[in-house]
Design a protein around this ligand. Structure first.
Ligand code: MIG
Length: 693
């Protein structure tokens, strides 16, 4: 049951796909005051508040302050309020259990028991917004209603679930061949290599530097024939440069955001001075989306959109103010005040909210100041790309994800979680963020494995990959000038080879669960409490997650830990791999357990009366056999187990759950076997562990 309330003159964000009637009853749960968004809900001691998608801190958001304001925040310390996405969905679980979605493209603040531990307060300067209040019988059903409201999640090609290598700084052909060679030489799987800003000509979108890539198309196809795809970055800002066609067309057609004076607004990002395409304008979107063809014509079928909050290094106005300030103190005795003032003035040059007041979008003949639509910018850029790519290659899926996002964008692409650091804390943040993202529709997502900023370490890389084994986007990415972290950079690589081959063993399960979750409006990563709501001990577990229908992961996320505690809400089959990738399975009872896990050891669990199917090892999806499995399972007082398996060619845009393959196993006197021999898969081995407690 969803109730919809409109306030002011609502901008069509297209976050939701259901056309609901407005509700005339008073809004339940919240007290509302004034014209500006200002909602209050009284929390009980024990009330849990889930949601907010890509944001800081825990799965339970209680006790802190969060802001939805797409921001280029490069250091994710615990005290930051906003990140790159604006995902205004909360799921409140206490004396009442309900969801609320604030569809408002302006900055929104969520004070979730920060100012007053007992009060949830949602505020904004906005007067134009829609509120949806969602009721349901339990946490999962409320999420499902919300997800139905906002529409089906983007589904990437199957290859997007392979292992991907990235780093800021790869700048010439030989860098890419070197990576491919090293991975091949060491027999470490690899699916794709990312092209960060350095591939472009002077950071100009849709250009390739011809000196460094004299034969780009050839390189793309050479690597492709080795099973590797290239995934270039596209930035939001378009360089101002005479003769550069994207710039010239954009100016001529009036497709850039305008300043007060009506001239294209000037900001600076990587290329120096740029204009921002007006992605709010559908014509500008169609125009920009079509530009991706320049790269798809070279054989590219995956992209990542960056800097689309939009990030701003400086604006002309900001620059002038800063220089004026510096001039004003030039001849003084620069004391403490000026000294700090200088630093602040320089700091305020970038990503200054004042700049978001300085440019305008055009929509249906109206001119709207950017601030009012700020959180839609990255969404609409990615929508432009997605719609462009769907026209360019109608039959084939593409890989696409973005840094900035808003709910609604999940239909067009995935997101990665931006510039984390090589900190153990960020591995834990990655774990906690996944279910929150899933609630908001972002299924294709993941963090920069190994950490983006700062220098990674061998043990962090290993532990992060052990968790990354389960995230749909499994990409190792790092910043220029940090310690190199391609897996061959470490003195010992055998373990990485085994670990990544295991990703491919899991891939058919992950892909099947991913597509089913997208089509059925469900989550792939679930907090334990969502499945075992009646077990109050599960409420505070934030470092174990259910992955699809059959698995539970319990990663190690602290340095020098020789293992970890795990809570099992019911008996499960522990599956543990040692450094040689030998497997031990053991049924553990409901309750608390300590599991010893040396650095190169990891564990996951198979739920009661479920099984996992593992494909043969592979080094990329081209060579992955998704029709031959080894089965490991856990039966508790049943002699029948069943799973609905989804598979397809991984590329075609027609995705239809009516062709699920039912894998059913029955216990016979000779042991467990497939019940139906016509099932189009081959089972090489079945190992079912049985217990009756
Ligand atoms: O200002 O393109 O989050 O992944 O490597 C930094 C360079 C711009 C930020 C992205 C990061 C990427 C980097 N970009």
């Amino acid at each position: 049951m969803i109730k919809k309330y409109n306030f002011g003159t609502v901008f069509p964000t297209e976050a939701v796909v259901l056309d609901l009637d407005l509700c005339s009853d008073p809004m339940p749960y919240f007290s509302k005051k004034g014209e500006h968004l200002d909602l209050t809900y009284i929390l009980e001691r024990e009330t849990i508040v889930y949601g907010l998608g890509e944001s800081n801190r825990g799965i339970n958001k209680r006790g802190y302050l969060y802001e939805s304001f797409c921001s280029d925040t490069s250091t994710h310390t615990p005290d930051i309020f906003s990140m790159y996405g604006a995902h205004n969905f909360l799921l409140i679980h206490g004396r009442d259990t309900f969801g609320v979605f604030i569809d408002c493209p302006e900055k929104v603040c969520f004070d979730i028991g920060y100012s007053d531990y007992e009060t949830l307060r949602i505020t904004s300067d906005a007067v134009d917004y829609t509120i949806y209040v969602i009721d349901g019988t339990n946490l999962k059903s409320i999420v499902k209603s919300f997800r139905t409201l906002i529409g089906e999640s983007y589904i990437p090609p199957k290859w997007a679930l392979g292992y991907q290598q990235s780093r800021w700084g790869y700048s010439k052909e030989s860098d890419f061949y070197e990576i491919a060679d090293q991975y091949e030489k060491l027999d470490i799987p690899i699916e794709s290599i990312y092209m960060d800003i350095d591939y472009m000509e002077a950071y100009k979108d849709f250009t390739v530097n011809h000196t460094n890539f004299p034969n780009f198309k050839n390189m793309v196809s050479n690597l492709r024939s080795r099973g590797i795809r290239l995934v270039p970055i596209i930035d939001a800002g378009v360089k101002i440069e005479k003769g550069y066609s994207v710039y010239e067309e954009g100016v001529k057609k009036g497709y850039f955001c305008e300043s007060e004076s009506g001239k294209p607004f000037v900001a600076a990002v990587w290329p120096g001075r740029v204009h921002f395409p007006d992605f709010i304008n559908p014509d500008a979107r169609a125009w920009f989306g079509e530009k991706y063809r320049i790269l798809t014509d070279c054989g590219i079928d995956g992209f990542w959109n960056d800097m689309n909050e939009p990030a701003i290094f400086y604006s002309e106005e900001g620059l002038e103010e800063t220089f004026a300030y510096l001039d004003s103190i030039r001849d003084t005795n620069i004391g403490i005040k000026e000294s700090f003032g200088m630093r602040e003035a320089i700091d305020n040059l970038s990503n200054n909210p004042k700049d978001y007041e300085r440019f305008y979008h055009k929509f249906n003949g109206d001119r709207i100041v950017h601030r009012k639509l700020h959180n839609l910018y990255g969404y609409m850029m990615t929508r432009a790309a997605s719609e462009g790519l769907s026209t360019i290659q109608q039959e084939k899926r593409f890989l696409l994800f973005s840094r900035a996002s808003y709910i609604g964008m999940h239909r067009y692409g995935g997101i990665w979680t931006g510039d984390n650091s090589s900190w153990w804390e960020h591995l834990l943040l990655n774990i906690k963020m996944m279910p929150s993202l899933n609630m908001c529709g972002f299924l294709y997502s993941g963090a920069d494995l190994g950490g983006f900023g700062c220098d990674t370490t061998y043990d962090l890389m290993i532990r992060w990959l052990q968790f990354g084994l389960f995230t749909p986007l499994m990409r190792n990415h790092s910043a220029i000038s940090t310690r190199e972290q391609e897996l061959y950079q470490f003195p010992s690589t055998i373990y990485f080879s085994k670990l990544l081959k295991y990703r491919y063993r899991l891939l058919p399960y992950l892909y099947s669960e991913f597509v089913k979750a997208a089509k059925r409006q469900e989550m792939l990563f679930l907090p334990i409490a969502f499945e075992y709501e009646s077990d109050s001990l599960t409420k505070s577990i934030e470092d174990q997650l259910l992955v699809g229908e059959c698995l539970m992961t319990a990663p190690v996320y602290t340095q020098n830990a020789g293992g970890r505690y795990v809570y099992l809400p019911e008996s499960m089959l522990m599956v543990k791999y040692n450094s040689q990738f030998e497997r031990t399975c053991k049924i553990l009872e409901k309750g608390h357990h300590y599991i010893e896990l040396g650095l190169e050891e990891f564990v996951f669990f198979i739920r009661k009366n479920k099984f996992l199917f593992l494909a043969p090892e592979a080094n990329n999806t081209d060579s992955l056999d998704c029709s031959q499995f080894e089965i490991i399972g856990y039966s508790n007082q049943t002699d029948f187990l069943s799973y609905e398996y989804y598979d397809d060619d991984g590329l075609s845009t027609k995705i239809d759950l009516s062709n699920l393959i039912k894998i059913s196993l029955k216990k016979q006197t000779s042991g467990w076997a497939l019940t139906d021999s016509t099932v189009p898969i081959k089972i090489t081995k079945i190992e079912i562990f049985e217990a009756s407690f």
